[in-house]
Ligand binder design. Structure first.
Ligand SMILES: [Zn+2]
Length: 290
């Protein structure tokens, strides 16, 4: 799932290509991705792209048509992606087809534009067309941005939470922008257990977590911005020290990276670096060992 650094890079990339161009056509292949009806995709046609930005893990394309401000808001979710093309096919997309393309936006005079795609069978990619992204409840209720939150605000969030750190970092209403991958990396860099209670951290540990959150995200933004969107996924993967690296040696201490798995997801950590050597209970692993 693309997180803060990848969405920042996508917004930067599409912005450089599309700002100042006109939306020429919007093809909807999967009606289910559209979460709003009015304004509709046709209202975007003829609008000038005025900017692109990120709010939390949402990608926003801002446009203006006459006096009307319009925003295309995209949540790529788990398996969604944005694919930029210098030359989109003019053939209309077939609705309900097997293609992973859910929505196509033609912007430039030469046929430039982008596809929003979604792999797999779980369809969770979501697109809204609104006058103001804050009209969308999930956007309006986001917590402070992970790169904008101050140390004091972060301390207050930790102290007021009943959650474990892994859950807290991924909860968009608490802090916006972080998902499963970067929360693994942040906790590893801070040398903290994913299961530690947020309110139990002392000031030194909270400092370490705050610093790790900023440095992991900022480093990833620096690696990602300026990349072609097509290479972002590989870039994200190559920068990971523990996430999705079960069994590989931890680059800090050499211990094997371990995994905790649930029915539909998993996360990774290093026992030596993060839990004082304690191996966290993993339901799937203990089932296999019985
Ligand atoms: Zn380690």
């Amino acid at each position: 799932m693309p997180e803060l650094p990848e969405i920042t890079a996508i917004a930067d990339y599409v912005g450089a290509k599309a700002v100042g161009t006109q939306v020429r056509r919007v093809d909807v292949a999967a009606l289910s991705v559209l979460k709003t009806y009015a304004p509709g995709p046709q209202d975007l046609v003829g609008a000038t792209v005025t900017g692109t930005r990120r709010i939390g893990k949402y990608f926003i394309l801002d446009a203006r048509k006459g006096d009307d401000a319009l925003a295309l808001v995209v949540h790529l979710s788990r398996a969604g992606w944005l694919r930029w093309s210098e030359k989109l096919s003019p053939t209309p997309l077939k609705p309900g087809g097997k293609s992973p393309i859910a929505l196509r936006v033609h912007v430039g005079p030469e046929g430039e534009g982008f596809d929003l795609t979604e792999a797999g069978t779980q369809k969770r990619l979501a697109v809204w067309i609104v006058r103001d992204p804050q009209e969308i409840e999930m956007v309006a209720t986001l917590g402070p941005d992970a790169l904008a939150v101050t140390r004091d605000e972060f301390g207050a969030i930790l102290a007021g939470s009943r959650a474990q750190l892994k859950t807290l970092l991924r909860d968009q209403r608490t802090i916006a922008g972080i998902g499963n991958a970067y929360s693994d990396e942040i906790l590893h860099a801070a040398k903290l257990s994913p299961f530690a209670a947020a309110k139990s951290l002392d000031a030194h540990q909270a400092d370490a977590l705050y610093a790790a959150m900023r440095s992991e995200l900022q480093d990833a933004v620096e690696r990602s911005v300026g990349q072609h969107v097509a290479t972002l996924k590989a870039e994200k993967r190559s920068g990971m020290k523990v996430h999705a690296r079960t069994g590989s040696p931890c680059p800090v201490c050499g211990d094997a990276v371990r995994e905790v798995s649930f029915a539909d997801r998993s996360f990774q950590y290093c026992a030596t670096c993060q839990t004082g050597g304690k191996v966290l209970a993993d339901r799937r692993m203990s089932k296999l060992l019985k």
